[in-house]
Design a protein around this ligand. Structure first.
Ligand code: PLP
Length: 374
């Protein structure tokens, strides 16, 4: 077998799929700065600053707020392996792909997942959820996806958490696609464990998963009867590395340059302000929406449940899904997303995330689609 010895030079794409999103050049620049030691006092200071900026982004005072050194799926896994022990019951809301992954996580921890199913493309139904909470008063936690990337649906995280708390459940939230794109308030909404990703509305490179655990969640972790089955994701051990003060115990080698990038992404968000970032996503969504509707494309999700950062439209009859996406990629360097699972071949998912939620991207996408569809 002959080895290709050429360096890889990626093309300059416009990323308007479900993630990763376009990365701000300022963040790419931060990524390429010289690597320093992961226990260098300057890096430890950067870790503290990054934690504070994450607390700001999540709107929390939770001391255990930090990025897991792995993608969103690892954040998901970290939350479940730490909070779920064999025999625990967890109510899981599913209305797309990612609720299904939560179910698998619960089961792999030896827990029992009580599923509350809603149709793909609709939000979690609070009445159904309350029924499940009544039927399972012994449930330890309730888990749901705030922004379902597979469908472009926003569930009412505040109302879901309020309901869970009435039934004394821990609240577990997937905020991979919501953080930085729509309103999210961890403390005010009483979220006990949350995970996100860097590659969506933070517009950072993929590969890190910001997480946050409430004091209640930490107590649950400290009082476990069984050890966490994952060594790498055991928060008790991770806390010794990402904990307070300058005395840090080596746990693993942090992805130093990725943390530079995340720090820069969070500085950008902090400078813009959360409300302004949410408003920008909403405004760009409205502009994209009118452009897509002018092309005759229909949104699938009910207006009030739509995510501004993930726009799911029906593929018109007679249109070849794969051909359109490959023409967009090859002729326009534009990536949009295909449908997932039961929606494969039926929809396109158009992302407007973080740095990519701008007028230029909206106009470029509408114009490229109009040329390919004509
Ligand atoms: N949860 C949601 C809602 C997601 O959209 C994704 C990724 O798209 C994940 C979890 C998994 O994140 P990652 O692909 O970074 O592992």
């Amino acid at each position: 077998m002959s080895i290709n010895t050429q360096s890889f030079i990626p093309p300059k794409r416009t990323l308007m799929g479900p993630g990763p999103s376009d990365v701000d050049p300022r963040i790419l620049q931060a990524l390429s700065l010289p690597t320093i030691g992961h226990l260098d006092p300057l890096f430890v200071e950067l870790m503290d600053n990054t934690k504070q900026l994450l607390q700001f982004a999540f709107q929390t005072k939770n001391a255990l707020t930090m990025p897991i050194s792995a993608p969103g799926s690892a954040g998901m896994e970290a939350v479940f392996v730490n909070l779920v022990e064999p025999g625990d019951k967890v109510i899981v809301c599913q209305n797309g792909v990612f609720g299904g992954r939560m179910q698998q996580n619960v089961q792999r921890c030896g827990g029992r997942a009580i599923m509350v199913q809603d149709d793909w493309g609709t939000a979690t139904d609070l009445n159904k959820l309350e029924q499940a909470l009544k039927e399972h008063p012994d449930a330890k936690a309730l888990a749901f996806v705030h922004a379902e990337t597979s469908t472009g649906v926003r569930s009412d995280a505040q109302a879901i958490c309020a309901l869970a708390k009435q039934y004394e459940c821990l609240t577990i939230v997937d905020a991979v696609t919501s953080l930085g794109g729509i309103e999210l308030a961890v403390d005010e909404w009483q979220i006990d464990a949350i995970y996100s990703g860097t590659q969506k509305c933070l517009s950072c490179v993929p590969g890190l998963s910001p997480v946050s655990f409430s004091d209640t969640a930490i107590k649950v972790i400290k009082n476990r009867q069984t050890p966490v089955q994952s060594w790498f994701l055991d928060m008790d051990l991770v806390m010794g590395y990402w904990g307070q003060g300058t005395k840090r115990a080596y746990h693993h080698t942090a992805p130093v340059n990725s943390i530079y990038a995340l720090h820069e992404a969070l500085l950008i968000l902090h400078k813009e302000g959360l409300q302004t970032a949410w408003d920008r996503h909403a405004a760009m969504h409205q502009t994209l929406r009118s452009g897509l509707e002018d092309l005759g494309l229909e949104f699938v999700v009910k207006e009030q449940d739509r995510l501004p950062q993930l726009n799911m439209v029906r593929i018109p009859d007679g249109i070849d899904d794969a051909l359109v996406r490959s023409r967009l990629l090859n002729e326009f360097d534009l990536e949009i997303g295909a449908g997932l699972g039961v929606l494969a071949g039926k929809v396109w998912r158009i992302g407007l995330m973080g740095y990519g939620a701008n007028q230029r991207n909206v106009e470029y996408c509408v114009s490229a689609l109009s040329q390919v569809l004509s």
